[in-house]
Design a protein around this ligand. Structure first.
Ligand code: GDP
Length: 364
């Protein structure tokens, strides 16, 4: 499933947002009994109205959304990469995530102390990104040192050593790993091994007050511009509002959002943006026991999609019976789709489409 790491300076609203995420997790925790609850991780259901439509048709015993894991790191401050504060220890948690949510303070409030005594989102972003770059360089330096020792016995390490040096030089100029030019195998291998934080996709998240949600204030505008300049994703949320929102039922949420002149909760935006930036889509399985959404990459073929359910499904894949979401809803059941001829039997080269309702056949 998708995992997102939350970073940002102290007092920008991370904990407030994380509390909202944890509440969203607990609201559905009955469905997630299999998840270990960890203090710095929230497993949040992906909102998808198609899931409800399908379960109204199938009336299964249970409905299971796909989930996004949010990982919070406490106390990332200037100097964290040098071991000041708790930062560096916690950065490890973030290496395993696929995307970074960078929360930025975009509200004025004299009662909330800013670590640098003024609100300046661009400066704040630079402080955090510098720490992340330094932390990555440390990882790279360690790796380089080890590879240089191993080079005598393993000459194949030479191209990797070369690319590591270039990458370190690039990052020592204050650049994230993601802007390192070129694509060669040694680089790909290195990045896959090291899980560098600054190689991940970033979603810049402007946190505003209730009165900032409809109109963009100047802070928000500057973060938006920076995101655009870097080709990164951007969302604007009010962490405080999200906390209130998660406690409400669906109808109340709608009214609440409308009263502020917005259409979509920040949490939904973050998840949707995360899916988009990582090229993720969903497919469904729809049985009487369970209607469930699964997360795959756009472009995945049927066996890979089956592998998300169970690795045996991928290994023993025979074929997939596929109904598009629209056809499923139009005809109302698998058997009707079958008799109408819109259930397609697909082989191992079938490229999955968003919303496919699928039944896999496989050997064990
Ligand atoms: P963290 O250190 O990044 O985890 O920040 P917190 O979530 O603990 O927030 C720091 C303080 O800012 C808390 O007192 C929050 O209630 C407050 N806060 C968070 N978001 C907002 C906001 O949008 N507006 C205002 N005025 N205060 C906020």
């Amino acid at each position: 499933s998708l995992s997102i790491g939350i970073v940002g300076l102290p007092n920008v609203g991370k904990s407030t947002l994380f509390n909202a995420l944890t509440k969203a997790q607990n609201a559905e925790s009955a469905n997630y009994a299999f998840c270990t609850i960890e203090p710095n991780k929230a497993v949040v259901p992906v909102p998808d109205s198609r899931l409800e439509v399908l379960s109204d048709l199938v009336k299964p015993q249970r409905v299971q959304s796909s989930t996004v894991d949010f990982v919070d790191i406490a106390g990332l401050v200037a100097g964290a990469s040098k071991g000041e504060g708790l930062g560096n220890k916690f950065l490890g948690n973030i290496r395993e995530t696929q995307a970074i949510l960078h929360v930025v303070r975009c509200f004025d409030d004299d009662d909330v102390i800013h670590v640098s005594n003024s609100v300046d989102p661009i400066r704040d972003i630079e402080v955090i990104e510098t720490e992340l770059i330094l932390a990555d360089v440390q990882v790279l330096d360690n790796r380089l040192e080890r590879m240089e020792k191993q080079l005598k016995g393993d000459k194949t390490l030479a191209p990797k050593i070369e690319v590591a040096k270039q990458l370190i030089a690039h990052m020592n100029e204050g650049q994230p790993a993601s802007t390192f030019p070129g694509e060669h195998k040694a680089l790909g291998d290195l990045l896959a091994e090291l899980h560098l934080i600054t190689a991940k996709n970033v979603i810049y998240c402007a946190n505003v007050d209730e009165d900032g949600v409809a109109e963009d204030n100047e802070y928000v505008a500057s973060v938006k511009a920076l995101a655009a300049e870097r080709g990164a994703e951007f969302v604007k949320i009010s962490a405080k509002m999200e906390e209130e929102l998660v406690g409400l039922d669906e109808e109340e949420q709608k009214e609440f959002l409308e009263s502020y002149g917005i259409e979509e909760s920040g949490l939904h935006q973050i998840i949707r943006t995360g899916f988009h930036s990582l090229g993720l889509i969903s497919y469904f399985t729809a049985g009487v026991k369970e209607v469930r959404a699964w997360t795959i990459h756009d472009g995945d073929k049927a066996p890979q999609a089956a592998g998300v359910i169970h690795t045996d499904f991928e290994r023993g894949f025979i074929r997939a019976e596929v109904i598009s979401y629209d056809n499923y809803v139009k005809f109302g059941s698998e058997s009707k789709c079958r008799s109408e001829g819109v259930l397609k039997v697909e082989g191992k080269d079938y490229v999955m489409k968003d919303g496919d309702v699928v039944h896999f056949l496989f050997n064990v």
